[in-house]
Design a protein around this ligand. Sequence first.
Ligand code: KG4
Ligand code: ZN
Length: 342
Amino acid sequence: MRVLGIETSCDETGVAVYDSERGLCAHAVYSQTEIHAVYGGVVPELASRDHVRKTLPLIRQTLTEAELSPEQIDGVAYTAGPGLIGALLVGAALGRALAWAWEVPAIGVHHLEGHLLAPFLEDKPPPCPFIALLVSGGHSQIIHVPEVGIYQLLGESVDDAAGEAFDKTAKLLGLPYPGGPQLARLAERGDPTRYRFPRPMTDRPGLNLSFSGLKTYTLNALQQTLGERDDTEQVHADIARAFEEAVVDTLVIKCRRALESTGVPRLILAGGVSANRRLRERMAAAMQPLGAELYYPRAEFCTDNGAMIAYAGWRRLAAGHQQPLAITPRPRWPLTDLVPLA
Ligand code: KG4
Ligand code: ZN
């Protein structure tokens, strides 16, 4: 079965074709970063308008690269939520209309299920059950996955998502939007012993997370240092390092706790922040003494893309799920509302 996947929930247009026999046939992502950078964040109306311009040409391009014609597509998957309503509407309307015209089934995919299943696009997919750490710009969740389609929330951020914290802290350090990856690059030059930020909520039981307080520590460190040090660039690198260490350490502590309390010996990392090199290294080291396995997708499938939507859509279509003709995008859509596959 060949499924066309369309992702338009935020500021990336992603398109891919997944073949259940041969794997990924082709995929392409167009990022709107430049459009939003001048505003320091995503402007929803501009995002929708750009999806209108880019999605169909990207579908054409992807089909050409895959050397496939529309008659060879057996289903269409599009992101139905959560995300920006206008942006979601573009992919949903286009995806549903194409499926109708091509006389194939359509499926509205949950964006976070897409992220969670991205590691299945790799050569060695994780067996179930596993614990998933989903860390993106909009979400930070620790989820127990006994089988694909069943998602039990073990903990989540009570305020900022991990990616949001990266982006906001990057802004405080004068880095352009989206600052997460740039902050990570800056942190590589930072001295880890210079500042120490707290590991929020690790001193109490449970698996919830909180990252908004780290902004205050960043501001305080910046203000304290004014007048004390004149090597501003190094100050910024040292603070970036302290921030990254605090986020990574907190996530490691909570994931270790999740594996120990559930007895599940397997962790997957997903979402934009899982592209972070320090997080991957530190998590791998933490898994060793537990005898647990660690899985994560290649960096380009950590951030938003069409491949994960095509794959998740195929899993649901293959299980007999499909979308009626009406499109019902859901800007807010708890992952735990999803119905099991079988
Ligand atoms: O999954 P994603 O592309 O979009 C959402 O669904 O939110 O995640 C984007 C987030 C942004 O906040 C971005 O700054 C962050 O992931 N991110 C990173 C890195 N790469 C992307 N954060 C830290 N280190 C990175 N290397
Ligand atoms: Zn995402």
